[in-house]
Design a protein around this ligand. Structure first.
Ligand code: BES
Ligand code: MN
Ligand code: ZN
Length: 487
């Protein structure tokens, strides 16, 4: 998953020594600037119907006469957007998958000059295609070996911006891959304890400070709501705090808070059996926090960042939380638990209260929080909720730049009505209507002292069906947001 990036200033792609060359072609005719052997090979491929310069088309060509790289993939790019470039890179790389390509060279033809955003999109796409899950599937083909990506640029002037983009894309790509890997692991291979081990491994490798609090320490802190969710499981909870220092200690940090439910059965309010296996992905928010910290640690912006993760299982048992139970959160507010399956908000509220101690510049929580958000936004955009317009705008812009988009949802006071309880300060669910919003309104009650936003990634953290697996979102959005705060 980790590869080196390199820029080569050269117009002669046909003399590049790499295992494969990927040509990304903009426009509907072969552009100038392509050197002779490749121009000839491509025109022949087009003439013979193997390829056409229509959006979505790609082809694999072997051993073109006069071309040094033995494999050439070519993909047509729909338009000049980074989104189109990323899609074409992925389409081209799929053709090279499993061919043992260690060193890939990429050239974009027919566009304007190549900037940082374009280079980043290419590196990110390469990283995404190359990822393979084989941790619990030894029969899966061995992990792909791509370890070097060279981008061919026309001039020294292009090289600087492109290099910046490549470095960023590779770092984000590695963070995305780590988030995918953690989220893909089955619940029995990714318990709260094992998740904490992986977070520690990442932190050690990147030189980050990390604290892992166990059940006793979580009890001592008074996180009654988090512990209530965890109490039905035989697996002990973990509360993980990771610190990245890139600025003076006195500089208020950014804080990311991740929902880390390593398996969500629903608890006593048990979920139906169909697709319950997918609830192993219910720690996608936590995985994205670990992935983002990894990317940020590599890119070293001048700011402070703290990642906080509440990790536990949500299980039914004789000790489990019951509907009607009233629990006391770290904030002191009591909560009537009307549905034990609305557990994400119960662990996040204590984590949000906990992070007040850091006097953060901003706090973003990330959670696979509601099925209602999947209904509202599907798998394209994450749900964004914030009481702060400037923070919402920052996150929306970061998502656009990272091609990891979100969409702002409302937080009007009226949505809070349904959370009233006769037996506690607040209930953990309202009616069915506006379920993603009422979940956010519940969290909002714990954020009075914070500049806060919430990302509901229930629809975007993983894919179902044949392509079942974690996406690593929103590592791209979060990393872009963090980097932008340093400027
Ligand atoms: N982890 C789920 C949310 C979820 C559902 C994510 C489907 C991805 C796909 C969350 O803990 C949950 O169960 N939420 C309930 C809340 C309800 C009981 C108010 C839901 O969405 O059904
Ligand atoms: Mn649940
Ligand atoms: Zn859940």
């Amino acid at each position: 998953m980790d590869f080196r990036t390199q820029l080569t200033v050269s117009g002669a792609a046909s003399r590049t020594s790499a295992d494969a060359l990927l040509l990304l072609v903009l426009g509907d005719s072969l552009p100038a600037g392509l050197d002779e052997p490749l121009a000839q090979g491509l025109s022949e491929a087009i003439a013979q119907g193997d390829f056409s310069l229509k959006p979505g088309k790609s082809a694999y060509l072997r051993q073109l006469a006069g071309v040094k790289t033995p494999r050439v993939a070519v993909a047509a790019v729909r338009d000049g957007s980074t989104k189109a470039l990323k899609a074409a890179t992925a389409a081209g790389l799929v053709l090279l998958k499993g061919l043992g390509v260690k060193h890939l060279a990429v050239q974009v033809l027919g566009g304007g000059s190549l900037g940082a955003a374009e280079a980043e999109a290419i590196a990110a796409a390469a990283s995404e295609v190359v990822y393979l899950y084989n941790t619990t599937k030894p029969s899966a083909s061995p992990a792909p070996v791509l370890n070097k990506l060279s981008l061919l640029v026309a001039s020294k002037a292009e090289a600087k911006a492109a290099d910046e983009g490549l470095v960023r894309g590779a770092a984000i790509g590695a963070g995305v891959a780590l988030a995918r890997e953690l989220a893909n692991r089955p619940g029995n291979h990714c318990t709260p304890t094992l998740f904490a081990h992986e977070a520690r491994k990442m932190a050690k490798a990147q030189g980050l400070k990390i604290e892992v609090l166990d059940k006793k320490q979580i009890e001592a802190l008074g996180m009654g709501s988090f512990l209530a969710v965890s109490q039905g499981s035989d697996e002990p909870p973990r509360f993980i705090v990771m610190h990245y220092h890139g600025a003076a200690k006195s500089e208020p940090p950014l804080v990311l808070v991740g929902k880390g439910v390593t398996f969500d059965s629903g608890g006593i309010s048990l979920k139906p059996g169909g697709e319950m296996d997918e609830m192993k992905f219910d720690m996608g928010g936590a995985a994205s926090v670990v992935g983002t910290l990894r990317a940020v640690a590599e890119l070293k912006p001048k700011l402070n960042l703290i990642g906080v993760i509440a990790a536990c299982e949500n299980m039914p048992s004789g000790r489990a939380l019951k509907p009607g139970d009233v629990i006391t959160s770290l904030s002191g507010q009591t909560i009537e638990v009307l549905n034990t399956d609305a557990e994400g908000r119960l662990i996040l509220c204590d984590a949000l209260t906990y992070v007040e101690r850091f006097k953060p510049a901003a706090v973003v929580d990330i959670a696979t929080l509601t099925g209602a958000c999947v209904v509202a936004l599907g798998g394209v955009r994450s749900g964004l909720f914030s009481t702060d317009d400037s923070l919402a705008a920052e996150l929306q812009a970061a998502g656009d730049a990272a091609l990891d988009t979100c969409w702002r949802m409302p937080t009007d006071d009226e949505y809070d009505e349904g959370l009233k309880s006769n037996f506690a300060d607040v209930a953990n669910i309202a009616g069915r209507a506006g379920g993603a919003i009422t979940a956010a309104m519940f969290l909002k009650r714990f954020t009075d002292k914070l500049r806060w936003a919430h990302l509901d990634i229930a629809g975007t953290a993983w894919k179902s069906g044949a392509a079942k697996g974690a996406t690593g979102r929103p590592v791209g959005l979060l990393t872009h947001w963090v980097l932008a705060q340093a400027k």
